[in-house]
Design a binder for this molecule. Structure first.
Ligand SMILES: [Zn+2]
Ligand SMILES: [Zn+2]
Length: 245
């Protein structure tokens, strides 16, 4: 058994799950209610699994709400239709994200008036450069001890930048490639079979059509795995899915 492959898959899916389940579906859209203790637990997991590329929920939430309000217009923080490649788009996203995080740019009230989860101590610690570097050292050490061959080291940059890479894939492909179920007057698309690998996030066309709907899958052949897990959490009383009005 190749431990590095298992580690990579685990890191990919755990980081992505908390990205979509907590940062996107809770911090940005409040698709469910939960107790303060569970909220803190999910917050902690988001930091732990994103590790070196931890995205602070309040900055993520504000930026994502802007993305919906200005989808594929010039004011959209990361529309693929205004950048020549994915790298330029990612760079611009990071600049806007950091300006919110460091309070250099105060967002308009409409993007902060709804609930945004905040845990100042964890955010300071998680965002600190020493914490981020410590995670990177940990990933390197895991590779040093367990890699079957040198080539696997090329996967390390993906571990370092896991959160932003997953976000960039969704923002780039989800607004560029695929089919539409709805006319949202933007370029949002459902990128097809890759929806599964991105845990439902690549059904951007469906999601932009109904941004408070926790289920991103609308056709019989579309599967939103995150929503299915949320239904289990809802059934177990861990979260309470909000009714869509
Ligand atoms: Zn989108
Ligand atoms: Zn959204």
């Amino acid at each position: 058994m190749n431990f590095i492959l298992v580690f990579f898959i685990l890191h990919w899916f755990l980081s992505l799950f908390f990205h979509t389940f907590f940062l996107h579906r809770f911090a940005s859209h409040k698709m469910y209610e939960t107790s303060k203790n569970w909220e803190r637990f999910f917050y902690l997991c988001t930091w732990l699994f994103q590790g070196s590329s931890y995205l602070v929920p309040r900055a993520y939430g504000v930026m994502h709400r802007m993305h919906h309000a200005y989808s594929d217009t010039e004011k959209d923080p990361h529309s693929p239709h205004f950048f020549k490649d994915i790298y330029e788009m990612l760079k611009n996203t990071v600049i806007i994200y950091r300006s919110f995080l460091l309070n250099k740019n105060i967002p308009e009230e409409e993007f902060t008036k709804d609930y945004l989860p905040v845990w100042d101590k964890l955010d300071k610690f998680g965002h600190h450069i020493i914490t981020r570097i410590s995670f990177m050292v940990l990933y390197i050490l895991i590779y040093v001890f367990f890699t079957p061959s040198f080539w696997w080291f090329f996967l390390l940059p993906i571990h370092f930048l896991m959160g932003p890479i997953q976000g960039a894939i969704v923002n780039w492909c989800g607004h560029k490639y695929g089919y539409s179920n709805f006319n949202n007057t933007d370029h949002s698309k459902n990128t097809g079979p890759f929806g599964f690998i991105l845990l439902g996030e690549l059904f951007q066309n469906n999601h932009h059509h109904a941004k408070r709907d926790a289920n991103f899958a609308k056709k019989w052949f579309e599967v939103d795995l995150t929503y299915q897990i949320m239904r289990v959490f809802n059934f177990a009383g861990i979260i309470r899915l909000n009714k869509i009005s």
